[in-house]
Design a protein around this ligand. Structure first.
Ligand code: PMP
Length: 416
C-alpha cells in the first residue's frame, strides 16, 4: 500500500518490440534466428499457466488454448493480408511450409525457381523443376522469368500448372526481389507464385493481396518469435484437394474399421495433424500484432541507417569485399555478406566471437549455388586472388545499435 502523498514511480512505457538479449554480447545474426521480442515472451508467459490441449479438450483451459490458437491464426493471416480464399496453416518453419506446398502441387505441376534461392526453396520441388540462372538485376529477373514461362507454355504440356517460387529478400545479400513484378509476369502466363518471405517479413510489411502472390512461407524464429512455429498462407484449392501433409489425429473427419475407410477434413486442420505448437503460434501472432501497431516506416528507416553504416564501413576497409547480386542501388534488408581477403571465414567468425563477443554467421548460408557464385564474382570484381571459399554474414534488426555495428567494424579493421 502507498503511503499518503507518495506516487508510484513512473513505469517506462511497455515496448512490445523491445528484444531480449544478453548484455555485452553483440548479436549480428538475426537472419539465422532473430532474438525474442517482449511481445512473444510475454504472450507465452501469460498463456503458460493455461497450457492445455488444442482442439481436443472440453475443459476451460483447453477451450482457452483452442481459442488462442485460432485467434493466432487470424492475426497471422491478417498480418500478411490473407484473402478469404486463403488458408493459414501453421508449420514448423519456412522449410516445412515450402515442403508442405511441394506436397500439395497438382500432378504434373512445373516449378520454376532461381538459382539464387535458399535450399529451402530449391530442394523440396519435384525433379525437373526449372532453376533459372542468378540474374544481375531485378529487371533481368523479371525478363528471365517471362522468357522461361513463354517457353514452358509453348512446350510439350502447355496447359500444365506452373508454380514460380521466389524469395522476397535474399538471406545472403539482403537484396529485395521484385516480387510484385514477378507475380504479374507469372499470372500473365497462368502460373501461381510462392513467396519465400523468411527474410522479407521481419523487415518490411508483406501484403499477400497487394503483391498478388498465391502462397507465402515464413518462420516465427526469424520474426522475433522463437517458439518454433512457421506459416504457410495461400490458396485453399490445392491445399484442400491434396492428401494431408501429415497423417493422423486432427486431419480426419471419419476413420472406419477398414484401412481405406478414411475421410480427411478440409481447411488448415487437413495439414496440421497431431497436437499443434500452441506457444509458437501465439508467440508469432503476438509479434505480428505488435508490428502491425508499430510505425514500420520508422523502424525501416532506422534499420536502413544501420545498414548504411555497416555497408559504408565495410566498403572503407580495403581487405573486405561485399557479396551482392544486383547493382549497389538495389533495395535491401539488414543483411550483408562479405569476405576478408586472405582470411578463413570460419576463423574470423571464431575470433569475433572469442575476442570481441560478436556473433555472426560464416559459411555458404544454405544457399550454396548463390554463395559460391557470388564468391567467384567478388574475387573478380575486387581484384583479390586470395578470397576464402566461404563468407561471413552480419544481419540486424530490432534492437540493433550503432555500437553493435561499430564494434564489428573496429574488430574487422583490426584484422587488416
Ligand atoms: N528461406 C530463406 C530466405 C531463409 O533465409 C531461411 C532461413 N535461413 C529459410 C528459407 C529457411 O527457414 P527455416 O530454417 O526457418 O525453415
Amino acid at each position: 500500500p502507498l503511503r499518503a502523498g507518495l506516487r508510484p514511480a513512473p513505469q517506462p512505457p511497455y515496448q512490445p518490440l523491445q528484444v531480449l538479449g544478453v548484455p555485452g554480447e553483440v548479436n549480428l545474426d538475426y537472419a539465422a534466428s532473430a532474438p525474442c521480442a517482449r511481445a512473444a515472451a510475454d504472450a507465452v508467459a501469460e498463456l503458460l499457466p493455461w497450457y492445455a490441449s488444442v482442439h481436443r479438450g472440453a475443459g476451460a483451459l483447453s477451450r482457452r488454448c483452442t481459442l488462442a490458437y485460432e485467434r493466432a491464426r487470424q492475426t497471422v493471416g491478417d498480418f500478411f493480408s490473407a484473402r478469404p480464399e486463403d488458408h493459414v496453416i501453421f508449420t514448423r518453419n519456412t522449410t516445412d511450409a515450402l515442403n508442405l506446398l511441394a506436397h500439395v502441387l497438382p500432378a504434373g505441376t512445373k516449378v520454376v525457381t532461381f538459382a539464387a534461392e535458399h535450399h529451402a526453396n530449391l530442394l523440396p520441388w519435384p525433379a525437373g523443376a526449372l532453376r533459372l540462372p542468378v540474374p544481375d538485376s531485378p529487371h533481368a529477373a523479371v525478363r528471365g522469368l517471362a522468357a522461361a514461362l513463354r517457353e514452358l507454355r509453348r512446350g510439350s504440356d502447355p496447359g500444365a500448372p506452373i508454380l514460380v517460387a521466389v524469395t522476397g529478400a535474399s538471406n545472403v545479400t539482403g537484396e529485395c526481389w521484385p516480387v510484385a513484378e514477378l507475380a504479374q509476369v507469372a499470372h500473365r502466363y497462368g502460373a501461381r507464385v510462392a513467396l519465400d518471405a523468411a527474410q522479407l517479413a521481419p523487415h518490411v510489411p508483406v501484403d499477400l493481396a497487394a503483391l498478388d502472390v498465391d502462397y507465402l512461407a515464413a518462420s516465427g524464429h526469424k520474426l522475433y518469435a522463437p517458439f518454433g512455429a512457421g506459416v504457410l498462407v495461400g490458396r485453399a484449392d490445392w491445399l484442400d484437394a491434396a492428401p494431408p501433409y501429415l497423417l493422423g489425429g486432427g486431419a480426419t473427419r471419419h476413420v472406419g474399421p477398414a484401412t481405406h475407410d478414411v475421410r480427411w477434413t478440409t481447411g488448415p486442420g487437413r495439414h496440421e495433424a497431431g497436437t499443434p505448437n500452441l506457444l509458437g503460434a501465439v508467440a508469432l501472432a503476438a509479434v505480428c500484432a505488435a508490428l502491425t501497431a508499430a510505425d514500420r516506416a520508422a523502424l525501416h528507416r532506422r534499420e536502413q541507417e544501420l545498414l548504411t553504416r555497416l555497408r559504408t564501413g565495410i566498403a572503407a576497409l580495403p581487405h573486405l569485399v561485399e557479396l551482392r547480386t544486383f547493382g549497389p542501388a538495389a533495395d535491401r534488408v539488414g543483411i550483408v555478406s562479405f569476405v576478408v581477403a586472405g582470411r578463413d571465414s570460419a576463423e574470423v567468425a571464431a575470433t569475433l566471437a572469442a575476442e570481441h563477443r560478436i556473433g555472426l554467421r560464416d559459411g555458404l548460408f544454405c544457399a550454396h549455388p548463390l554463395a559460391r557464385r557470388l564468391l567467384a564474382e567478388a574475387a573478380a570484381r575486387g581484384g583479390h586472388r586470395d578470397l576464402p571459399p566461404t563468407a561471413l554474414r552480419a544481419s540486424l534488426g530490432l534492437g540493433s545499435t550503432d555500437d553493435d555495428v561499430d564494434r564489428l567494424l573496429a574488430a574487422l579493421a583490426a584484422l587488416g
